[in-house]
Design a protein around this ligand. Structure first.
Ligand code: ADP
Ligand code: MG
Length: 337
């Protein structure tokens, strides 16, 4: 298990990681989601002790990385800039890593087979495609047979086959009871892989919840109504205490409404409808909405990570707005202020 306590990293006057507190549990894939620049890679570097925190701490099975004996046996990582010497063969790269961590050399061929690089094991890395380099990086991470695996944007730049392979590998590693922590800036990717979700924006924790819960909260639908007689429609809705908000192109939208019920209501009041349609927000939109509002939710000095997490997800569920709705107005206002 990885545990972060108030982890903070400042670069000059830039807070890259801002008081992060969360745990990465065993046996599931935990998705680490945030837009570019949110602080995901920095957090992962802090976990691996490749960078010093400005404040707070992070532990791996209760210890700091620096206190782990032969760390590759505890935690394996594929980072964004995982480098392989271009003149080295895949086999030699892994052999060197194995020897420096007292890992039996037989493990090298095992991991090469596991990632499907056996045939090119004795070819130099300079001729490798991005997909092959990613596989080699993953082989390095798996070398010490660690209980904890961390992958920073592993599917970036990969072809569909490579993406599918990595997704399945991560799920399998979690099924074996390992801790799998994987970052992405794509909600759609996380939805396909992760069982648990940690969302950050501008270095701060925005949500820490099971993926199923995120999906349920954000599968809220909106019914769009369009009529040549808006006053009559709004009057009919108001009488039933139904709130409609203006949608695009002069339409109206009812959050969580039932199209059949709204259609019947309009008919009962003799209101002609030119459109009656169910609109679903995509998870990607929900994620964008959540991170776009991050500044607003966390501006107050009293904001604390635990409360932020609950507040952000709760409020954001209530304030669901379709893309191009009030969310974008808010952003413009912020810019104007
Ligand atoms: P992500 O991986 O989520 O895209 P990063 O962790 O790479 O985000 O970056 C978070 C923020 O910290 C960014 O604004 C980035 O410019 C800044 N940052 C990251 N590393 C450094 C560094 N070594 N020096 C200065 N700023 C950095
Ligand atoms: Mg990154």
């Amino acid at each position: 298990m990885i545990e972060l306590h108030d982890l903070t990293k400042r670069y000059g006057d830039k807070l890259a990681v801002d008081g992060l507190t969360f745990q990465v549990p065993r046996g599931v894939v935990t998705g680490f989601l945030g837009p570019n620049g949110a602080g995901k890679s920095t957090t992962m570097r802090l976990i691996l002790d490749l960078d010093r925190p400005t404040g707070g701490r992070v532990t791996i099975d209760g210890k700091g990385y620096g206190h782990l004996n032969e760390p590759l046996k505890y935690i394996g990582a594929l980072l964004e800039a995982t480098a392989v010497h271009p003149g080295r063969t895949a086999h030699n790269h892994l052999l060197w890593l194995a020897q420096s961590n007292r890992i039996p050399v037989g493990r090298v061929d095992e991991v090469l087979a596991l990632v499907g690089l056996t045939e090119v094991a004795h070819k130099r890395a300079r001729g490798f495609s991005l997909g092959m380099r990613q596989r080699l990086g993953i082989a390095s991470a798996l070398l010490g047979d660690p209980e904890i695996l961390m992958f920073d944007e592993p599917v970036n730049g990969l072809d569909p086959e490579g993406i599918l392979w990595i997704r399945n590998l991560m799920k399998r590693l979690a099924t074996e009871g390992r801790t799998v922590f994987v970052s992405s800036h794509l909600m759609s990717e996380m939805a396909l892989t992760a069982e648990h979700l940690v969302v950050i924006g501008k270095g701060r924790l925005l949500a820490d919840l099971p993926m199923a819960e995120f999906i349920e909260r954000n599968s809220r639908s909106v019914v769009r109504l369009r009529t040549p007689h808006p006053e009559q429609l709004l009057d009919a809705l108001t009488r039933q205490s139904i709130t409609a908000v203006p949608g695009p192109d002069g339409s109206f939208e009812v959050s969580g409404g039932d199209p059949a019920q709204l259609g019947d209501l309009a008919a009962a009041h003799g209101v002609t409808l030119h459109e009656l349609s169910l609109q679903r927000a995509s998870l990607e939109e929900a994620f964008m909405q959540m991170t776009a509002d991050a500044v607003e939710y966390h501006a107050g000095p009293a904001a604390r990570p635990g409360i932020d997490a609950a507040g952000a997800t709760g409020t954001w569920g209530e304030q669901w707005q379709p893309a191009g709705g009030r969310g974008s107005e808010k952003k413009q206002q912020k810019g104007a202020n």
